[in-house]
Design a protein around this ligand. Structure first.
Ligand code: ZN
Length: 243
């Protein structure tokens, strides 16, 4: 269960699966993000580039940081920071799309929330915010929670859910886009209280899925004992509320 809330191991980072590459190329429609050259032909193969280089320990191995590039641009860019490279090739950093993020891509979420998230990524790309090194993904999530909490929306959430822990509160908008009834809402709130089960929300538990069935399925199939334990705790807490 690896995604935006977890950090990948060294081996996972060095190995990029073929279908992952294809997914990024298709997302970018086989067009070099830098020079706009069409790479959907036999003459030239697309390459995968880290928008923010990972060589200086600031880039992420996440979809948001992978882009399609022609070989020439990829080589020219090497490990030059994206801010500098954009200047070199005369493009506006703002014109480079941010895709692959669960919050930015979720059109069911309030616009303001997606904007808070987008601004965070823009700042990172622009080097106005230096989030790098180990646990960079965790740092991004922390900063996002901070920015959301300090916004008007964050204040509204605080008024609406005064007793919930801060990190859980910031998950509420995402939970609301998934659930269709109060029971599922309460169950996911309990789940969100367990730090390492939060990553299930939005990736495994998505819109229109049966939340309880999905969770029970994970407990039956997963080899991750501690995850199973946390899910069972969440279900138990939920049942206690129900009774
Ligand atoms: Zn190019």
């Amino acid at each position: 269960m690896k995604n935006r809330f977890t950090r990948k191991s060294r081996t996972e980072r060095s190995h990029i699966p073929k279908n992952f590459k294809k997914e990024i190329f298709e997302r970018d429609r086989y067009i070099c993000i830098y020079c706009k050259k069409n790479l959907d032909n036999k003459n030239e193969k697309p390459t995968l580039d880290h928008l923010i280089p990972i060589s200086n320990h600031s880039g992420l191995n996440e979809k948001t940081n992978f882009v399609t590039s022609c070989l020439s641009c990829n080589q020219k860019k090497a490990s030059i920071p994206i801010k500098e490279f954009a200047k070199n090739i005369n493009i506006d950093l703002k014109d480079l799309p941010i895709t692959g993020d669960l919050i930015i891509d979720n059109t069911d979420l309030p616009k303001q929330i997606r904007q808070i998230r987008k601004e965070l990524f823009e700042k990172i790309r622009n080097e106005e915010l230096l989030i790098g090194g180990r646990k960079s993904q965790k740092k991004i999530e922390k900063k996002y929670r901070e920015n959301l909490t300090n916004s008007k929306l964050g204040q509204d959430l605080k008024n609406k859910f005064p007793t919930l822990p801060g990190p859980v509160r910031t998950m509420i908008p995402e939970i609301e886009t998934i659930v269709s009834n109060k029971n599922d809402f309460n169950l996911l709130v309990e789940l969100a209280k367990s730090a390492n089960t939060r990553n299930l929300i939005g990736t495994i538990i998505t819109k229109n899925c049966n939340v309880m069935d999905t969770l029970i399925n994970i407990t039956k199939k997963s080899n991750d004992k501690s995850l199973v334990k946390r899910i069972n705790f969440a279900i138990a807490r939920f049942k206690k509320i129900q009774s």
